[in-house]
Design a protein around this ligand. Structure first.
Ligand SMILES: [Fe+2]
Length: 236
């Protein structure tokens, strides 16, 4: 049995408020996701285990801070990006089948697994809004923080291009298009401490990607990028 029930509600259906993911189930999810990330590491240069483990650690911290169900958030973080194993450049929903299979194999009850899948959907950058659940807020803040880290554009952005088969212009359009409105509307981070601590990273990151958008409209910059790509193609 991987769900703890409210003692007062024994015999009743498990409700999300009292559901947790047991340690044994969490270990099984971690082992399976880790193994998949390692096996398909060449397909996940951006969303590999390094990303999953960072988001998981930060999401648990945000969950503890906002009173969300930390074990459910942790499990959601572990399975949140399995869609990239199913289809390149896809939405979280593309990973639903694999996500539910992973959770079932780990022994997570169906009701809790469906809740985890909903949290993953809720937290997606493209569609999230001000009033998502506190569990989705914890996951979103962790995943958003990874995007806003100052090291991400320097060390990892080219990996995103490679993984998802998109151009620099397409990635810049995606980042600015998805994130600027959320940032300007004041819920880039849901957690107040995260907003205070990392808000200037987010601002710098968005400004950088806005500048990248502008720069790829310059004819000589486009030629420069074509020349860089030609060198890469010749070397591979
Ligand atoms: Fe992610």
């Amino acid at each position: 049995m991987h769900v703890q029930q409210n003692p007062a509600a024994e015999g009743q259906l498990v409700t999300p408020e009292f559901a947790t993911v047991a340690k044994s189930a969490m270990a099984a999810i971690e082992a399976r996701v880790h193994a998949l990330c390692l096996h398909y590491a060449d397909r996940l240069p951006f969303h590999g285990w390094h990303h999953v483990s960072f988001v998981r650690a930060k999401a648990v911290g945000f969950a503890r801070a906002n009173g969300a169900n930390a074990s459910v958030v942790e499990a959601a973080a572990l399975v949140h990006d399995v869609n990239y194993l199913v289809r390149r450049n896809s939405a979280a929903s593309a990973g639903r089948g694999l996500r539910m299979d992973l959770l079932a194999e780990a022994g997570v009850p169906g009701q809790v697994a469906r809740w985890i899948d909903e949290i993953v959907d809720e937290a997606e950058m493209r569609t999230r809004h001000r009033h998502i659940s506190i569990e989705a807020q914890a996951l979103s803040d962790a995943d958003t923080l990874f995007k806003a880290l100052p090291i991400t554009p320097v060390m990892l952005a080219h990996r995103y291009l490679e993984e998802n088969g998109v151009s620099l212009r397409e990635l810049a359009d995606k980042i600015v298009g998805e994130q600027r409105g959320i940032h300007d509307d004041g819920y880039y981070f849901y957690n107040r401490s995260a907003a205070d601590r990392y808000g200037h990273w987010a601002r710098a990151n968005l400004e950088l990607w806005k500048c990248i958008q502008e720069s790829v409209d310059d004819a000589e910059v486009t030629e420069l990028l074509d020349a860089v790509n030609a060198v890469d193609a010749a070397a591979s």
